[in-house]
Design a protein around this ligand. Structure first.
Ligand code: PLP
Length: 502
């Protein structure tokens, strides 16, 4: 299968491993398979009997056609093993392996994507992507070591560290803003284990850390110095196809789980709701739908940063707006990079190129009305403010006995709005993107739970007592680990820090 840039479909394609190695196309576009492979209902039916890791192997094989099938199966088994993704079960949820599907009433099914090592859904992709990169390196004539640089506002950094730790021919360095992450996130990153990992606090906010990393990526002198030491720079963010492809798997897999639980019959449609930031997760659901998974409507859920809701409702994408810091920080985004892939599949590469140029030059673009109509035939967008988000957490625990995190709450609130507006009561899968324990402070306040102190240990304990659920093992373990990384630096010192560890 060939991969092409969203900004130039006419150019020659490259292999999946080359696309994963490069990350971004040289024209600034994102890589997409030239055609989306099809999966038949019979093939979906056959996947029902398989555990998650084998479903992953089946779906990924259709996209990563130049990967050795047996090695890929091996990678899937390791990435989604019981050691990495806990199989602890709640009453009546379906455990596929790495994911669990919990019915929460009214035909709503919570697809729990957070049973991995960092308790957020990014593990689903970041546990396997390093293996895909490592294989791609072995298939190429590249003989240097990849140095992954990440600026993080919290979740991605930790998930990337866990995914890349001790992976062959890879080193990873994460920069987080010293006053821009939660106590729990800071603890998770500063206690990171592994021999190829580095973590630095950067004085400033997320943009300072992000700009520092971007400056290193575009600095030819840095690239040359790195090459002398046997390294090249690479990134781990969600524009890489290696991060997107693994996310397609769990939407197909959830459909199998619904069949297995008797909730639906083969061929019956289900809707999907996704709390959205960079548009990667919901785009993966769209690809699963395009492949042939019986998925009906997609619900794109946003917080007060409602740039996507406005786009879906009006056809105008306008990033020139106020940035809101919310209780669902992983969705605090003004530029949803993966939307570019959606534009490409709906409107082709010429339109995509024009829109992206306008976005860069003017901060906004508007799509033609035919395209908007197509888009709205597949997807609706809703957004929740802070009060609504916290109310959903409170109501869901009171009425359904189910505790959810702040991001998942935005998704569930969007389902309520969609159903009220459309009357469409089709069974719906809710992408549950983080454990409530990962955002325990805000979940506690939504539930009127008052921890004994502001310490992470006390907050987790209070939530555990109030909801009668267990603290996830990886978070409990973090509380007892030693801090390894305490260095704090100015953005201008980032290049020297990177050079000193190669
Ligand atoms: C990253 C993240 C999201 C947003 O996912 P996108 O793929 O960027 O749309 C939602 N919830 C949580 C908990 C996340 O970490």
């Amino acid at each position: 299968m060939e991969y092409i840039s969203t900004r130039n479909a006419d150019a020659n394609g490259i292999s999946a491993s080359a696309a994963i190695l490069r990350g971004l196309a040289s024209d600034g576009g994102l890589y997409m398979p030239r055609e989306i492979p099809h999966i038949s209902l019979d093939e979906i039916d056959a996947l029902r009997a398989l555990p998650y890791e084998e479903r992953a192997h089946d779906i990924l094989s259709r996209f990563l056609t130049d990967y050795d099938s047996e090695l890929l199966l091996n990678d899937c088994r390791e990435a989604y093993s019981a050691e990495r993704f806990s199989r602890s079960e709640r009453a009546n949820s379906v455990v596929a392996g790495a994911t669990q599907l919990a019915p929460i009433g009214d035909g709503i099914y919570s697809l729990e994507l957070w049973h991995g090592p960092t308790c957020a859904f990014k593990d689903m992709a970041l546990q396997i992507m390093p293996r895909l990169l490592s294989r791609a390196l072995a298939m190429s004539d590249e003989n240097k070591t990849a140095h992954i640089l990440v600026a993080t506002s919290g979740d991605t950094g930790k998930a990337a560290l866990e995914g890349y730790r001790d992976v062959d021919r890879v080193k990873i360095t994460v920069f987080y803003p010293s006053d821009g992450v939660s106590d729990m996130q800071k603890l998770q990153m500063t206690t990171q284990e592994g021999d190829n990992v580095n973590v630095f606090a950067v004085r400033g906010n997320f943009d300072d850390a992000q700009n520092g990393v971007k400056a290193i990526f575009s600095d030819a002198d840095m690239a040359e110095k790195a090459a002398e030491k046997g390294y090249f720079f690479s990134s781990a963010n969600s524009i890489n196809w290696g991060r997107l492809a693994p996310q397609i798997v769990y939407y197909v897999s959830a459909y199998c789980d619904l069949l297995n639980s008797g909730a639906i019959k083969l061929g019956e449609k289900v809707n999907v709701a996704v709390p959205t930031g960079n548009f990667g997760n919901i785009f993966a659901a769209y690809i699963a739908r395009t492949m042939g998974t019986p998925i009906g409507h997609l619900i794109c859920a946003s917080n007060s940063n409602d740039v996507l809701t406005e786009f879906i409702n009006t056809g105008r994408y306008n990033r020139v707006r106020e940035f809101h810091k919310t209780v669902s920080p992983s969705m605090d985004i003004l530029i949803s990079s993966n939307l570019e892939r959606f534009l490409f599949t709906l409107g082709g590469s010429e339109l995509t190129r024009d829109c992206m140029k306008r976005l860069a030059d003017c901060g906004e673009y508007t799509v033609p009305s035919e395209l908007l109509e197509k888009l709205r035939g597949v997807m609706s967008g809703y957004n929740l403010n802070e009060d609504e988000t916290l109310s959903v957490i409170r109501d869901t625990f009171r009425d359904r006995g189910y505790s959810i995190d702040t991001h998942t709450a935005v998704g569930l609130g969007a389902i309520m709005k969609y159903r009220a507006e459309s009357g469409d009561m089709t069974p719906i899968v809710l992408a549950s993107t983080a454990s409530p324990y990962k955002f325990a402070k805000d979940v506690c306040s939504a539930l009127d739970v008052v921890p004994c102190s502001d310490k992470p240990a006390d907050i987790l304990k209070a939530l555990s007592v109030a909801t009668d659920t267990e603290i996830p093992a990886p978070l409990a373990r973090t509380l007892s680990l030693k801090r390894r990384f305490t260095e704090e630096l100015d953005p201008s010192d980032m290049p020297d820090a990177v050079l000193s560890i190669m």
